[in-house]
Design a protein around this ligand. Structure first.
Ligand SMILES: Nc1ncnc2c1ncn2[C@@H]1O[C@H](COP(=O)(O)OP(=O)(O)OP(=O)(O)O)[C@@H](O)[C@H]1O
Length: 577
C-alpha cells in the first residue's frame, strides 16, 4: 500500500510520519502493559506500597501515549483531507484532462463517480484509521511479547511461535477479499449507471409502455450486486474462520503452557496472572484485525482504481506544436478500432476548406467515429488525420480544441442561465459578443419565451429545455467560439417545425466560411451539402455531390430513394435560405 501511495503521491506523502507517530504510541501502550508486571506482582504479594511508583510510571507513560496518539490522529485528519483525498483527486483530475475523450464511456464515468464519492472517504481514512489499525495490530502485540519475555521466555516464545501462522492465515484472507471487493466495486459502478439510466429513461419507457423492461435492467444490476456481496461472504468467511482459529489456538497454547509451568512449580502464581492479563492484550488486537481487514482491503481496492485511471495513457503532446494555417481536413489511409476489430478501415478522404461535407451511411458504419478522430477522441491506429497539412497529433490538444466546435443535441448544459451556458464556450468573450452569438443562433427567441427571460435557469443537464432548444445553445456556443472547423452531429429525433426552420437557418449561417463535417440525418442537409461521403462497414463507398451520386445510381441513390419515399420528404431547399 505504501509503495502504491508513493507512486501516486510521491514519497513525501506523510505516511512515514504517521507510521512513526502511531508506532511510538503503540510502543508506549506496550510499555504501559509491561509496567503491569511489577504492579500485579506487588498486588498479588499484598505489597501495595511497592506498586505505587509503578502505577505512577504507568500513568505517566499512558499520558504520553495519549498525547502522541492525539497528535498523530490530528495530523492524520489533516493529511487525510489535504494530501490523500485532495492530493489523489487532484492528481486524477490533472491526468483525466489529458487522456483521450473516448475514455469517458458510461462504464468509466460510473467507476470515476464511485471513486470520487465513496473512494474519497476511504482514501481519507488511510493516514488515520488504517495506519493506526495496522500499527495497533502489530506493535502492541510485539511489545507485549517482549514484556512477557522478562517474566518467562517460554511463554513469550509460545506467543510468538504462532505469529507466522497468523500472518499466513491473514494473507489468505486478504488474497481472497481483494478480488471480491473489486467485483463488488464493478457491480456497484454498473448499478450506479443503471440507476441514472433508469431515471433518465423514464419518459421514453413510459411512453413506450415499457416500464417493466427498464426496471428489469435495473433489477438485473441489483441482483448481480447482491450476488457479488454473497460471493464475497462465501469465499472470505472460511479464510476468516481459519485466521480466528489460529488466534484462539495461540491463546489456548499460552494458557495451557502457563498452567503446566505453574503445576510443575517453574513459575509463580503472580507471574501467571500477569502473563494471562498480557496474553489477552496480545490476542485482542489480532482479533480486531479481522474487522480492520475490510477497511484495509477497501483502501487497497480504491488505490487500485486510482492507479488504473492514472495508468490510462495520456494523449501524446508534441514537443514543438505546429500551427495549421489552412483548414482543409484529410484522412490518409486511416484505420482505427476500439478493440482488436477495425471499425474504420483504410479511409482516405478530403474535407475541403470552407465547405460542408455530409457523412451518411447505415447505423454503425463509422460516421461518429470518423468525426471523433478529427478532434482526437482517440488516436488513429494507422494513417494520419491532418488539418491544413498538419497531423492532428502535432497540433497539440489545446490548440486543436481551440479550432474545433462541436454542435450536437447531446450537449451538456450546466444548471445556470442560458447565457452562462453559452459563455462557457469562451469565458473571456465580451457582453456584445455573447449577445451576437445568441442572436445568430436564434437562441434569443427561446430566451424571450422563457418565464424569467435571460435569468431562467436551464436545470441540471439542461432538462428544462427541449432537444431543439439545447441544440440552439450548442450552436450559440459554436458562434461564440468562432472556430474555422465545425463538427456537427445532427439530431436523429424529429424536431418540431419551428425548431427545424430556426436550426437549419442558424446552421447555414454558422457554416459560412468554415469547414463543416456533418453527420447528416435530415435529407435537406444531405442534399444541400457540397460533398457527400457514403460510409459502410468503416470504408468509404461513394463520394460526390448529391446530383453526381444520384446519377451514379449506387448505394447513396438507393438510400436516398428509400428515405425520401419512407419519410415523404419534400426536398425544397438549397444551402442558402
Ligand atoms: N466507444 C465505443 N467502444 C466500442 N465500440 C464502439 C464505440 N463507439 C462505437 N463503437 C462501434 O464502432 C462501430 C461504428 O460506430 P459509430 O458510432 O462510429 O457508427 P455510426 O455510423 O455513427 O452509427 P449511428 O448512425 O448509429 O450513430 C459500431 O460497430 C459501434 O458499435
Amino acid at each position: 500500500m505504501i509503495r502504491g501511495l508513493d507512486e501516486i503521491l510521491g514519497r513525501d506523502n506523510g505516511m512515514r510520519g504517521q507510521i512513526v507517530g502511531f508506532t511510538l504510541a503503540g510502543i508506549l501502550e506496550g510499555v504501559v502493559f509491561a509496567l503491569m508486571i511489577p504492579i500485579l506482582k506487588a498486588v498479588v504479594r499484598g505489597d501495595y506500597g511497592a506498586a505505587i511508583p509503578w502505577v505512577v510510571s504507568a500513568a505517566l507513560v499512558a499520558a504520553a501515549c495519549g498525547a502522541v496518539r492525539w497528535i498523530a490522529e490530528n495530523r492524520a485528519y489533516r493529511i487525510g483531507i489535504e494530501r490523500f483525498a485532495g492530493g489523489i483527486m487532484h492528481r486524477l483530475g490533472e491526468h483525466l484532462v489529458q487522456i483521450p475523450l473516448g475514455w469517458f464511456s458510461k462504464a468509466n464515468r460510473g467507476a470515476f463517480t464511485r471513486l470520487v464519492t465513496e473512494g474519497t472517504a476511504i482514501l481519507m481514512s488511510i493516514p488515520g484509521m488504517i495506519v493506526a489499525q495496522l500499527v495497533t495490530v502489530t506493535v502492541t502485540p510485539a511489545t507485549v511479547a517482549i514484556a512477557v519475555l522478562f517474566v518467562d521466555w517460554r511463554l513469550s516464545f509460545a506467543m510468538v511461535v504462532f505469529v507466522p501462522l497468523g500472518i499466513r492465515a491473514y494473507r489468505n484472507v486478504q488474497r481472497a477479499v481483494v478480488p471480491e471487493y473489486e467485483a463488488i466495486g464493478k457491480s456497484e459502478s454498473e448499478l450506479a449507471s443503471r440507476v441514472v439510466e433508469y431515471a433518465q429513461a423514464q419518459q421514453v419507457l413510459r411512453s413506450a409502455g415499457k416500464s417493466d423492461e427498464g426496471w428489469n435492467r435495473l433489477d438485473e444490476a441489483l441482483v448481480s450486486n447482491r450476488d457479488a456481496h454473497l460471493q464475497e461472504i462465501g469465499s472470505v468467511d472460511k479464510y476468516l474462520l481459519r485466521f480466528m482459529i489460529v488466534v484462539q489456538v495461540a491463546f489456548l497454547a499460552v494458557l495451557a503452557l502457563a498452567a503446566l509451568l505453574v503445576t510443575t512449580g517453574s513459575i509463580d502464581t503472580a507471574s501467571v496472572i500477569v502473563v494471562l492479563v498480557l496474553a489477552v492484550r496480545f490476542v485482542e488486537p489480532m482479533q480486531m484485525l479481522a474487522g480492520f481487514g475490510e477497511g484495509i482491503s477497501l483502501a487497497r481496492v480504491s488505490l487500485g482504481s486510482v492507479r488504473e485511471m492514472i495508468d490510462v495513457p495520456v494523449l501524446a503532446e508534441p514537443e514543438v506544436p505546429k500551427e495549421p494555417t489552412s483548414y482543409d481536413i484529410r484522412f490518409d489511409s486511416v484505420s482505427f478500432g476500439y478493440g482488436p476489430d477495425r471499425v474504420i478501415r483504410s479511409v482516405s478522404l478530403e474535407f475541403p476548406e470552407s465547405s460542408v461535407t455530409a457523412l451518411v451511411g447505415p447505423s454503425g458504419s463509422g460516421k461518429t467515429t470518423l468525426v471523433r478522430l478529427i478532434s482526437r477522441f482517440w488516436d488513429v491506429d494507422e494513417g494520419t488525420v491532418s488539418i491544413g497539412g498538419v497531423d492532428v497529433r502535432d497540433i497539440g490538444t489545446r490548440a486543436l480544441m481551440s479550432r474545433i466546435s462541436t454542435v450536437s443535441q447531446q450537449v451538456y448544459l450546466f444548471d445556470g442561465t442560458i447565457v452562462e451556458n453559452v459563455r462557457l464556450a469562451r469565458p473571456d468573450a465580451t457582453e456584445s459578443e455573447v449577445r451576437r452569438a445568441v442572436v445568430d443562433s436564434r437562441l434569443g427567441e427561446v430566451i424571450d419565451r422563457l418565464p424569467s427571460g435571460e435569468e431562467t435557469r436551464v436545470g441540471e443537464g439542461g432538462s428544462l429545455l427541449s432537444g431543439g432548444e439545447r441544440q440552439r445553445v450548442s450552436i450559440a456556443r459554436a458562434f461564440l467560439k468562432d472556430t474555422p472547423i465545425v463538427l456537427l452531429d445532427e439530431a436523429t429525433s424529429a424536431l418540431d417545425g419551428e425548431n427545424e426552420v430556426a436550426i437549419t437557418e442558424a446552421i447555414h449561417r454558422l457554416a459560412r466560411g468554415r469547414t463543416v463535417v456533418v453527420i447528416a440525418h435530415r435529407l435537406s442537409t444531405i442534399q444541400g451539402a457540397d460533398h457527400i461521403v457514403f460510409l459502410e462497414g468503416g470504408t468509404v463507398e461513394e463520394v460526390g455531390s448529391h446530383q453526381d451520386l444520384i446519377a451514379h445510381g449506387g448505394k447513396y441513390s438507393d438510400l436516398w430513394a428509400e428515405r425520401s419515399g419512407a419519410e415523404g420528404w419534400r426536398i425544397d431547399r438549397a444551402r442558402e435560405p
